[in-house]
Design a binder for this molecule. Structure first.
Ligand code: ZLV
Ligand code: CA
Ligand code: ZN
Length: 397
């Protein structure tokens, strides 16, 4: 039942293929797949592997990716290499490659990389539909910007859309929640015309001092999907725009109030939580001031609904804190309390030295690395909550 923790605890599974770690986007690119090495090292150092089922999933197949993606796009993606890439080929730009920022570079092993993280999300989704797990985790997934026929914002294949499509084979309604600091636009767009998926994203939204919108530039509270009154997807999307510097107390209140209202109204049969760690304080790309336990509060809250849960990663650009957060959230799933002193025998202990107060701790004070003043007043946040609850009235038909 809703809100009832299972007294015997949840069956948790961890889906991870270590080959993802060895892929590089390029030295100056903020996405670092080796943050997953750090995450796994922490999870093992705390002994969490004894509390869950571990799986090493095979890479997804071309046919599995084609359930959502365009076959010509996939054919391009599976053939392109740094040596044969031709930036003058019009399809190259069309498919989201190149451009000024080069957010989505062509790197060695790109196809292998996308198949690995997508295979893990699909395997995790299967574990939920065949009821082998109550909570299935894939920290290598969560690439929420990818489109049917285009890469966007470091995302080439949308493993979340693929996993939700699988969940829909056994579940009438799936709720997607996204706490990455960026708007989950790719997932929202993929399901905009159905009432069987509700998408809820919390993100930084607004124009910077330099005049550029924060990526991807969408996700205002007024954006609720299609406006056509006969579209079934109408109103099955909620965006929560947030300004720089939001703190723990504000975020927790916002998340609990809005997510709770969505769950009450929508009554999902399964939940997918994208737990992007770029919403932490001190993230290289993010703008928020959250500590690890406030981020983990979102996982605790969603777990407490007692609905089958797919927990996936996403952004996160300060690797040592990404690893801390995802290790903490793994412990939340299995119901363990971790000691704040990092185990001394971690292979990559040097990697945890940073600018925070408490290098050798699991829970350093991330407010101490604050770079963004808090532009969120209680007044503005109350307005957002009020508007969000108003938007939900569409669900009443
Ligand atoms: O975390 O930063 O802002 C899921 C995820 O949500 C942009 N891209 C594009 C649009 C025009 N700009 C380029 C501005 C670049 C600013 C410098 C970078 C330095 C090197 C490489 C990439 C970036 C970068 N790119 C920072 N922010 C962007 C965003 C894409 C954000 C994707 C978030 C992905 C995994
Ligand atoms: Ca988000
Ligand atoms: Zn992000």
């Amino acid at each position: 039942a809703y809100g009832m923790e299972k007294p015997q605890g949840y069956k948790v599974s961890f889906h991870y293929n270590p080959h993802v770690e060895y892929h590089h986007f390029g030295s100056s690119h903020p996405m670092k797949p080796w943050r997953l090495t750090l995450t796994k090292q922490l999870v093992l150092a705390y002994g969490l592997e004894y509390t869950m089922d571990l799986f090493e999933p095979r890479p997804a197949s071309l046919d599995e990716l084609a359930i959502f993606h365009d076959r010509e796009y996939l054919s391009f993606l599976s053939n392109v290499t740094p040596l044969n890439a031709n930036p003058d080929d019009p399809s190259y730009l069309n498919y989201g490659f190149g451009g000024e920022s080069n957010d989505c570079p062509v790197f060695d092993g790109l196809w292998n990389y996308v198949c690995l993280y997508s295979g893990a999300s699909l395997h995790a989704a299967h574990n939920l539909t065949n009821q082998q797990s109550d909570i299935a985790i894939n920290w290598s997934g969560g690439l929420h910007h990818a489109r049917k026929k285009a890469a966007s914002g470091f995302c080439y294949v949308n493993d979340i859309v693929l996993a939700i499509q699988h969940l829909l084979t056994q579940n009438q309604r799936v709720l997607y929640i996204d706490i990455d600091v960026h708007h989950g636009d790719g997932v929202e767009h993929a399901f905009e015309s159905t009432d069987r998926v509700f998408t809820l994203s919390y993100h930084k939204y607004g124009i910077d001092r330099n005049g550029y919108p924060f990526f991807p530039g969408t996700g205002n509270i007024t954006e609720m999907g299609p406006t056509d009154p006969i579209n079934r997807g109408k109103g099955h999307c909620l965006n929560i725009p947030i300004e720089d510097g939001i703190d723990d107390g504000q975020y927790k209140h916002l998340f609990k109030t809005v997510t709770g209202a969505v769950v009450d109204k929508y009554r999902p049969n399964a939940i997918v939580l994208q737990s992007g760690a770029d919403s932490l304080g001190g993230d290289r790309l993010g703008r928020f001031n959250l500590n690890i336990k406030a981020h983990g509060f979102c996982v605790e809250t969603v777990k407490s609904y007692g609905v089958p849960l797919l927990l996936i990663g996403g952004g996160g650009y300060t690797p040592r804190n990404v690893a801390r957060t995802w290790c903490h959230e793994t412990s939340v799933c299995v119901g363990a309390n971790l000691h704040n002193d990092l185990p001394t025998h971690i292979p990559y202990i040097m990697a945890f030295e940073g600018k925070e107060n408490g290098d050798s701790k699991l829970y350093p004070d991330l407010h101490s690395v604050k770079r963004h003043d808090n532009s969120n007043t209680q007044e503005k946040l109350d307005k957002i909550i009020e508007q969000a609850l108003e938007n939900l009235r569409y669900l009443e038909g």
